[in-house]
Design a protein around this ligand. Structure first.
Ligand SMILES: Cc1cc2nc3c(=O)[nH]c(=O)nc-3n(C[C@H](O)[C@H](O)[C@H](O)COP(=O)(O)O)c2cc1C
Length: 404
């Protein structure tokens, strides 16, 4: 029987996340103490060796990202991405609600590594209670954090602001639109100075890596994307909740063992991994591990770690058509391929879904998807056609049933 492995969530509901004292009683802030005794180069090397990769979607090696920050820059920032705008995803909220101090400790560890004394947490506008919780947690941790200061900034409900450069624009007080890359934030980020942007979960792993060692972390789960992953399980399953699992757990184990299987004794139809921008996967891929590279190998993405399950009664064309509305609404409009592409994707999908489309429309959607993946400026537009494309690939027969 597959089992959870709780590292970040070990003390969930047993300590007050706002209290640094509670956290210290269960071993908290020992990682920061250790990190501060190390020189920054060795600290970055330790994080590299742990093979910790970003938990926000892109899966980039965290230590490697930090190593791009020029050590001699006079001002640098540590930014935490708590935008969590991906529908079905709520794992970063859970990490804050259960273990906020680990996030603060992780940010301070990063601060020591890159030589920064200022951190910002960018929190989605729909989480005002988390902002309040974090501000209390920061107050409580004041003396332990020492010279490293953390401020919380709030978004205003735009999904694109989860993209790291749009997030930076938003913190600066501008309209949330992505920047051209390069330069990457590590070289030119917030207010044009070197900035590390990492996800909540990425930072929250750091204290445990420091205390238990890089080799310990590298030995958990899948070799190329080690550690645990907090996932949020939603849709037609018995246990709709969050789990922390080693990254070598399979989708089947997540859905049928931890998740208790499909609700109301129905059959499984598909699962969408990684949030609304993820691919829909049919039954034949359920033995895939829930790690970054295994998901990529089947044409899917681990993304934020959201797992949405659909039972046999769900109309997959209808589900995919609804998703296109989300992307049309959230496109920031800065680049043409996304602004026009999300509009056309929605228009054609709605036509097909209403039984007014043709087989040629299906081919048009596939072409549009190729163009958007290549031509859009940021990940929003590049991923927007993935739900459409993956449902056509795996469930074409359901589309054909709807064409005239
Ligand atoms: C449209 C869009 C939305 C995103 N939303 C988030 C988000 O809510 N949280 C997050 O950590 N990363 C998000 N990302 C990824 C970030 O750009 C970035 O890769 C990440 O914050 C880096 O942190 P990590 O390396 O620790 O994963 C998003 C990317 C795109 C293109």
């Amino acid at each position: 029987m597959a089992k959870e492995m709780r590292v970040l969530l070990e003390y969930a509901d047993r300590i007050d996340p706002t209290s640094a004292d509670d956290y210290i009683k269960v071993g908290g802030y020992k990682g920061l103490e250790k990190a501060r005794k190390m020189n920054p180069k060795d600290l970055i090397q330790e994080v590299k060796e742990s093979k910790l990769r970003g938990r926000g979607g892109a899966g980039f090696n965290a230590g490697m990202k930090w190593s791009f920050v020029p050590q001699n820059a006079p001002v640098k920032y540590v930014v935490c991405n708590l935008d969590e705008g991906e529908p079905g995803t709520y794992k970063d909220r859970i990490i804050c609600e259960k273990n906020a101090q680990a996030l603060l400790e992780g940010m301070a560890i990063c601060g020591h590594a890159i030589g920064s004394d200022q951190g910002y947490i960018y929190c989605r506008g729909e989480y005002p209670f988390v902002v309040e919780l974090l501000r209390k947690a920061i107050d409580s941790a004041g003396s332990v954090l020492g010279d490293f200061k953390i401020e919380v900034r709030m978004g205003a409900g735009a999904y694109v602001c989860g993209e790291e450069t749009a997030l930076i624009e938003s913190i600066e007080g501008h309209r949330g639109e992505p920047r051209f890359k390069p330069p990457f934030p590590g070289v030119e980020g917030l207010w044009q100075v070197p900035t590390v942007v990492n996800n909540v979960e990425t930072y929250a792993c750091l204290p445990y890596i420091l205390v238990n060692g890089a080799q310990w972390f590298a030995g958990i789960g899948s070799a190329s994307y080690p550690g645990t992953k907090v996932i949020s399980l939603t849709g037609d399953v018995v246990n709709r909740t969050y789990f922390e699992v080693p990254t070598d757990m399979t989708l089947r184990e997540v859905i049928f063992e931890l998740g208790g299987g499909i609700k109301n004794s129905k059959k499984f139809k598909a699962v969408q991994v990684g949030g609304t921008s993820g691919a829909f996967i049919p039954e034949q891929y359920l033995d895939t591990k829930i790690d970054f590279d295994s998901m990529g190998a089947i044409g899917a993405a681990l993304g934020s770690g959201a797992v949405l399950v659909l039972d046999e009664t769900r109309d997959i064309v209808d589900v995919a058509a609804r998703i296109t509305k989300f992307f049309e609404h959230e496109s920031c409009g800065k680049c043409n391929p996304c602004r026009e592409g999300t509009f056309r994707n929605r228009e054609i999908m709605e036509r097909l879904n209403a039984g007014k489309g043709s087989e040629a429309d299906i081919d048009k959607l596939l072409l549009l998807s190729k163009v958007m993946q290549k031509a859009c400026l940021c990940g929003l537009g590049q991923a927007a056609p993935i739900p459409t494309e993956s449902t056509i690939k795996h469930f074409r027969h359901e589309y054909l049933r709807k064409v005239q």
